[in-house]
Design a protein around this ligand. Structure first.
Ligand code: AMP
Length: 191
């Protein structure tokens, strides 16, 4: 089983690359952002709560995010592994994920960061916002707030996974195909 965490700032290309990894390695892709957006679309209680944070570019509280993730994992049986996209984003989420997987005799194989410069990411996100309809992609202040959340709460996970010798990073600048190639090389080397 191969469980991978895709790590990186908003706009780094996690979702795009997860689509490739999913097909290539026959994995289940779980994006907490997508799950929240599905809940918002369906106007669930969780969706309403999540929206109040997401629209500002703030992180949704850990408890609801962790519960959501665990429920989603539990719904998938007999799989080759998971790609966790946008989760964990805090140390508490990372610890919960490790404990949750341990109970199932599973573990994270690798955490892979897609690295890119903030200014490049802002341009990418504003462009995405023109077609995605995502409120959090349409305003540079909200985008910069998401980067602040990342720097404060998510970036410290590098040392958490480093301590487990599971942290890897690749250059997230280039064409989609180039980045996919770098990812594939890295994942093949892990197996
Ligand atoms: P994403 O689609 O991964 O860029 O996530 C969009 C938004 O959903 C984030 O800015 C957060 O508000 C929320 N979100 C997604 N994943 C998480 C998470 N693991 N923890 C807290 N909030 C999250």
């Amino acid at each position: 089983m191969i469980n991978i965490v895709l790590f990186g700032k908003p706009g780094a290309g996690k979702g795009t690359q997860a689509m490739f990894l999913k097909t290539n390695f026959n994995l289940v892709h779980i994006s907490t952002g997508d799950l929240f957006r599905k809940n918002i679309k369906n106007e669930t209680t969780l969706g309403k709560l999540a929206k109040s944070y997401m629209d500002k570019g703030d992180l949704v509280p850990d408890k609801v995010t962790i519960d959501l993730l665990e429920t989603e994992v539990d719904q998938n049986h007999q799989v080759n592994g998971f790609i966790f996209d946008g989760f964990p984003r805090t140390k508490s989420q990372a610890k919960s994920l490790d404990n949750f997987l341990l109970k199932k005799e599973m573990s994270i194989k690798a955490t892979i960061a897609l690295e890119a410069d903030d200014d490049v990411l802002v341009k990418r996100l504003l462009m995405r916002g023109e077609t995605s309809g995502r409120i959090d992609d349409q305003d540079e202040t909200k985008i910069r707030n998401r980067f602040d959340e990342y720097n404060q709460k998510t970036a410290p996970l590098k040392s958490y996974y480093d301590a487990q010798r599971k942290f890897h990073s690749i250059d997230g600048i280039g064409t989609v195909e180039e980045i996919t190639f770098r990812l594939k090389l890295l994942i093949d080397s892990l197996q």
